[in-house]
Design a protein. Structure first.
Length: 558
């Protein structure tokens, strides 16, 4: 923290001096007077749109935050950026845009903040890639910043159980299998998403919300209230004071985003059975401040962290259930008590994590979050595998997976659509290892999620009798023995590009191995015959393919 910090360190460029008369005239056209121009300017960045339920009420939330900023002596300036819905983009070409959108979100927020000389930032995000994108912008800009999650969706109800978007994807597989009829499929479709908010389980959005809180970039306790819950309004009213306090104290993101804070974030993700996408987003976020977070870090922290939360898809409950027992602070307090969380890390409130958690208790007589002495598993749910098929590593989510070792013949598919067609035609059988390649950051381009394929396999009853490996990635809702982020990817001639139908592949998440029963000499001989596929040449996907780095370092662009 900087005790002598100019609260108008950027806006002073425009707010003072006769040479900026025309600049200020533009501000006055929007209703700003001398008082508002003289105050510090706070950008309130939102990913509101009508593209996805995750973000559909963020305009209302952003307006509430802006009012809070104004009440506490700041001048709020609202603006929007894009967001691509992972759920709606899933299973077709649109998913190539999802990971790319993370970079565009970060870039666009940076441009708005720099171009208009805003002194501080409140970033409001809802859907999967908008959360890391907003955090990346905060780290890059290094101005006083507060992250705000738009909140989870309420669970739907179907029959006598809670349902989420995961149930819709798996119902499609069950329908293809003949296990349910069209009436039941339609009933599930109509039930799973009852309103605004991000997908309800511990999928990518909720995982990254927990990560933001564990990093210290969100107010402790702020991420679990559902998007449409009245108590969310109370948290929004606190944001103005928080960002102005950070501004007056000179508290910057790089004061908060230390190596220890990243390890806290990994621990919370691992303890909650969170999405494998953290293995992309945390390295990318660290990259913004010149800090290296590797797959080895993810694996190491996960192995020393017990699984404490019983959340879907590996468990029973959804984010609403976590909120009702005290939210993310309950998980962090259980980890702190177990010696698995660094309490000295600074948070955006100016307090340490331990200070923020001092009065938090892990409630008894509930099954959502356990203390470490009653852990659901002794280690966390994120595992990195390596071997002659993945020298750079591959990522597995093990939470709730019934079978962690599988050996079988490779079934090679050159893209997601080919694999999905084979699954729907019942051409994938028990014992197979499904290999989907050319879906990495560069080769996709865009590193698509494979939730459609994995859900179809689960819906057909094959979720634990086949394995799937890909240089693409998985949704947080994926379950089963699935290895993503396999690197080097196919597009650059990684070993996954050299596989042939029938090669015997072993996935061993117990011993952290991904291998094929081929000698080094055979792989080398196949490599000499390998030729790269042509990449997309034009537009944003073409630029992305040319500039993106490997998944193991976060799939960041140059």
């Amino acid at each position: 923290m900087n005790t002598v910090f100019d609260v108008k360190h950027r806006s002073r460029t425009i707010s003072e001096g006769p040479d900026k008369t025309a600049n200020r005239a533009m501000l006055r056209a929007m209703g700003l007077g001398d008082k508002e121009i003289a105050q510090p300017w706070v950008g309130v960045a939102s990913v509101w749109s009508e593209a996805t339920p995750c973000n559909v009420n963020l305009d209302v939330q952003a307006a509430r935050i802006a009012q809070s900023v104004n009440r506490h002596g700041g001048t709020s300036r609202r603006f929007n950026t894009i967001s691509v819905s992972d759920g709606i983009a899933m299973g077709h070409e649109g998913m190539k845009c999802s990971l790319v959108s993370r970079e565009i979100i970060a870039d666009s927020v940076e441009l708005m903040m720099r171009g208009h000389c805003y002194d501080a930032l409140v970033g409001l995000a809802g859907c999967d890639k908008s959360l890391p994108g907003m955090l990346m912008a905060m780290a890059r800009l290094n101005v006083p910043s507060v992250f705000v999650y738009g909140g989870t969706i309420m669970p739907g109800r179907h029959g006598n159980r809670d349902v989420t978007i995961q149930d819709a994807f798996e119902a499609a597989g069950a329908y293809a299998n003949g296990s349910i009829d069209a009436t039941e499929l339609h009933a599930v479709e109509c039930a799973v998403c009852p309103g605004a908010g991000a997908c309800g389980g511990q999928y990518t959005a909720n995982t990254m919300a927990c990560v933001a809180e564990a990093l210290g970039m969100a107010l402790v306790g702020s991420t679990s209230p559902p998007a449409e819950a009245l108590e969310r309004l109370d948290w929004l009213d606190l944001i103005g004071a928080a960002v102005i306090d950070a501004l007056q104290g000179g508290l910057l993101p790089r004061d908060i985003l230390t190596k220890e804070a990243f390890e806290n974030a990994i621990a919370v993700a691992a303890a909650t059975g969170g999405s494998t996408n953290v293995a992309l987003h945390l390295p990318a976020l660290a990259h913004e401040i010149g800090l290296e977070i590797t797959l080895d870090d993810v694996h190491r922290v996960s192995q020393r962290t017990p699984t404490l939360a019983n959340l879907r898809p590996g468990g029973k409950y959804v984010m609403l259930d976590l909120h009702q027992i005290g939210g993310v602070p309950v998980v962090m307090k259980a980890l702190l008590d177990a010696g698995c969380l660094n309490g000295d890390c600074l948070t955006v409130s100016g307090k340490t994590m331990a200070e923020c958690l001092a009065d938090v208790v892990v409630p008894e007589n509930q099954d959502v979050v356990h203390s470490a002495d009653r852990a659901f598993a002794p280690t966390g749910g994120l595992v990195v595998v390596r071997g002659n098929l993945a020298p750079e590593g591959g990522v597995v989510k093990t939470t709730g997976v019934q079978k962690l070792v599988h050996t079988g013949p490779a079934r090679i598919f050159e893209c997601e659509e080919d694999a999905m067609s084979a699954v729907q035609a019942r051409k994938v059988v028990a014992g197979d290892v499904v290999v989907i390649r050319n879906e990495g950051p560069k080769g996709g381009p865009g590193m698509r999620e494979m939730l459609g394929v994995t859900s179809a396999l689960v819906g057909q009853g094959l979720g634990y009798s086949v394995a799937l490996i890909t240089d693409g990635r998985f949704s947080g809702a994926t379950r089963g023995l699935m290895v993503g982020h396999v690197g080097p990817e196919s597009a650059v001639g990684g070993p996954i590009a050299l596989l042939r139908d029938g090669d015997v592949v072993t996935v061993d998440a117990d011993n952290f191995v991904l291998s094929v029963a081929l000698s080094d000499e055979e792989l080398a001989e196949r490599k000499t015959a390998w030729r790269p596929k042509s990449l997309v040449e034009k537009g944003v996907l073409g630029r992305y393919a040319k500039n993106v780095g490997p998944a193991c370092t976060g799939a960041v662009t140059l």
